[in-house]
Design a protein around this ligand. Structure first.
Ligand code: OAD
Length: 233
């Protein structure tokens, strides 16, 4: 039974594009000739740890030069002002939602400013470069890796996400191509449980046909306009 005031929002790389962070599949989506699928796998990490660590070191370093945009800020305002639950589920590994002020954020694909110990599972805050072989402070194993959910690994927080989707009355997808599962399946899960569904994206995504409504344009315009209208009732 949906809770009439519970909202689940899924965000992807498109919401951070106007902050200056490249998306994965659009122009500029290649990194030194590599597709993200070739870098973000456990096999790539085993084969060439220096390459994979460098890929994420550069992305972590890039965070210092970017700031949240009007779309991140509008979602933080929604969380502060909405009289019900707002859960933000992001596929993004940047920290722009938190820097805009959102608090209920689940990073289902991990986080750049975090390291994961492949030996003991410890996750810890990490800000600088993370060379292969960095030592875990918890178990002393030389096994720290970027805390990113690679292709073939299970995303974080799936139980909480599925529970929230099952009781949401509204599901909104922002800035994601709908190319990567399980996130691409959230719209169908939410619909099946009775939620209304809305897509806000620059262009139709792979899953556009599943949404009740789609609005196309830049997130920095669409998201504040949607939040303003929702809060105005
Ligand atoms: P993609 O790069 O696949 O898609 C970004 C989407 O954002 C596209 O549909 C663009 O049209 C849209 N877009 C671009 N600029 C926009 C703007 N200014 N306003 C609104 N929309 C805009 O990124 P994701 O869908 O997030 O996983 O990719 C999903 C996952 O694939 C990522 O989390 C990552 C990647 O592999 C991991 O790293 C594990």
């Amino acid at each position: 039974m949906p809770d009439s005031r519970a909202i689940v929002i899924l965000t992807g790389a498109g919401i951070s594009a106007e902050s200056g962070l490249a998306t994965f599949r659009g122009p500029g989506g290649l990194w030194e000739g590599h597709r993200v699928e070739d870098v973000c796998t456990p096999e790539a990490l085993a084969r060439d740890p220096a390459l994979v660590h460098r890929f994420y070191d550069l992305r972590r370093a890039a965070l210092a030069g970017v700031a949240p945009n009007a779309a991140h800020e509008a979602l933080a305002r929604l969380e502060r002002s909405w009289p019900g639950d707002v859960l933000l589920v992001t596929q993004n590994v940047d920290d722009l939602h938190e820097r805009a002020g959102s608090q209920a954020v689940l990073h289902m694909h991990g986080a750049l400013r975090s390291a994961l110990c492949a030996a003991c599972g410890e996750r810890l805050r990490w800000d600088g470069p993370l060379p292969p072989g960095s030592v875990c402070p918890a178990c002393a194993g030389p096994a720290l890796r970027p805390d990113i959910v690679f292709f073939g690994e299970i995303p974080y927080e799936m139980d909480r996400i599925e529970q929230a989707l099952s009781r949401a009355s509204l599901f909104v997808s922002i800035g994601t191509s709908g190319a990567v599962y399980p996130a691409a399946g959230f719209v169908r899960m939410a619909r099946a449980c009775g939620a209304g569904t809305l897509e806000l994206n620059l262009e139709p995504s792979a899953g556009s046909g599943w949404f009740d409504e789609c609005r196309h344009g830049p997130a920095s315009q669409l998201v504040p306009a949607w939040v303003d209208a929702l809060l105005a009732g």
